[in-house]
Write a protein that binds this ligand. Sequence first.
Ligand code: SER
Length: 484
Amino acid sequence: KDTYLKFFESKGHKIIPSAPVIPENDPTVLFNTAGMQPLVPYLKGEPHPEGTRLTDVQKCFRTNDLDEVGDKTHHTFFEMLGNWSLGDYFKKESIEWSFELLTKQLNIPVERLAVTVFKGNDIVPADIESAKLWMAQGIPEERIAFLGEDDNWWPNMELTGPCGPDTEIFYWRSDEEIPANFDTENENWVEIWNNVFMQYMHNPDGTFTPLKNKNVDTGMGVERVTAILEGQTDNYKSSIWKDIIAKIEEVSGKKYDDEKYTKFMRIIADHIRAVVIILGDDAKIMPSNKDQGYILRRLIRRTIRYAKQIDIAIDSDWEQELAKLVIDEYKTYYKELERNKEFILDALKNEKTKFNRTLEKGLREFEKITKNIQTNSIDKDTAFKLYDTYGFPIELTCELAEEKNLIINGIIPVFSIVFTGTGNKIMIDLSFQQAVMQILVHIQEEITFSTIDNDSQIAILYLINLIDNGMIIPYFLVRFIFSQ
Ligand code: SER
């Protein structure tokens, strides 16, 4: 992080602090999901108080990857390094400096690099200029791939707002011989950095108009680059996670390399870091049943559940120790963590105590139910009872059922959540469009509307109606419904 920020400082950039992970002025999303998000007003043309060249490391959080956490590469919270030109430099400097940082500061041999550039569409011609600039740096032509909108346009053609073609930089991560030609399908080539040439506004009426300025927006994921540079294919084995994993090993007495525990430890490590960062924001969000508080609650509950799986004594101070470690590691960049330390630790402890009681009762009940069932399914009324009588979260019932290869029949629990939560507003940072798309994809590809039972048909229509009325449906609920 230091190497990156100092490098761009030496090129006239002002180092600005990360914006909060909870957006300050954007009610349409619950979390900042990319480095550029807090800078949108400036990309649109508003002058930034710190000038036209900026660099930062931004706290980002993505809920759509939540279910994937546990493998080698997914995280909910992550850090994104970026450098920005607000109508200042453009392609030439952007490409030259990216190349310089990678090859001179991070000492990556040029043989290990390849790039993609935009191949053009109706709006913008092929980005020959970027390709030539890369070649001038020493990237051979056969290591430059021209790709279309799906790969080299940011954010994507459907979303409105500032956008533009991009050029992405790839790194050959394997010990195998590096092929002369860059084949983007080869998984040994991994993307490490994205330089977006933000020069268009995608308007709600579908048109693209030039922005006031030609901007540069770049993004480099810290976790991925660190693992790659350290030669690790498992992100959680990089130096970023070393102390956190070691602490989890210490409080559990288990080993990360023991396959029985690896996944659980990754989830705990990811979630505790995310929880500390979210609680650490000056917005002081508390665990609750709505919006960011709901995500926070879910993360804490999952952390506790997986802590149980690796035999951590829940009543001990394990979560305080872990949280303190995260605060210490991240407070240099995110000063608010020190300021809000007490709040973070108290909130975590209170939620743990509360949930632990629910969990004990619910798990006992779940075990009782599943011990006696003859089929591979739990009926919807039982799942609902766990939620209604024992306060057992429905997503936990789903996860436990999945672990035991059980299906939950029916859709009633989902309705219950919608109706009996705090009002009927459960939101996560899944956009309206994405939610609709998720539903349509499921309807079209996985099930035929006419072949599913009546209850589910009503549920789908009901969901679509809710979405039409502006409700954002959490992804896991959608998934849950359609897994029936
Ligand atoms: N906005 C681009 C991204 O998030 C570059 O920062 O990948």
